[in-house]
Design a protein around this ligand. Structure first.
Ligand SMILES: [Zn+2]
Length: 148
């Protein structure tokens, strides 16, 4: 920045582009970027960050699901939280939470369990009920239940 411009900014905080950090020399006082290019770069990165965050959460959920799913298949109904975490389960990733009476019920997709400070129990797979509103679909649904 040359001396003239620096003088213009003396005494006030320099506004800087959120993307490249260059001083914003002109434009509206609330201007955040030095150029359209920087605005685009910034917004693109934000979109990518958001996608990465969602992918990371999905990976954690999928891993948790695989662990719970296996436990159900081998007939485990209750397990200490320490054992669960030693399997790689991360309790901070769930897809649902309900207060079930005095219990805290958590869900990972179609698997639910109750959780105390030390263990999980009542580990089970729930039936996901789809609400269909078309007449044909409803009849088909009833027919399926009749057969089962
Ligand atoms: Zn910039």
């Amino acid at each position: 920045m040359d001396k003239e411009i620096r003088k213009m900014y003396e005494g006030e905080a320099l506004k800087r582009c959120l993307e490249c950090g260059d001083v914003i020399l002109y434009g509206r006082p609330d201007k955040k970027f030095c150029s359209q290019h920087c605005r685009n770069e910034f917004n693109n990165r934000k979109r990518v960050d958001s996608r990465h965050i969602r992918e990371r959460i999905r990976r954690h959920l999928d891993k948790n699901y695989a662990i719970l799913d296996k436990l159900i298949r081998i007939g485990v109904d209750t397990l200490a939280l320490t054992e669960l975490s030693s399997l790689g389960y991360d309790p901070s990733y769930v897809t649902s939470y309900h207060k079930n009476g005095r219990w805290n019920e958590f869900g990972c997709y179609d698997i639910t369990f109750l959780k105390t400070p030390t263990r999980i129990f009542h580990l089970m797979r729930v039936e996901i009920i789809h609400h269909d509103f078309g007449d044909d679909t409803e009849e088909a649904g009833e027919a399926e239940i009749g057969e089962g």
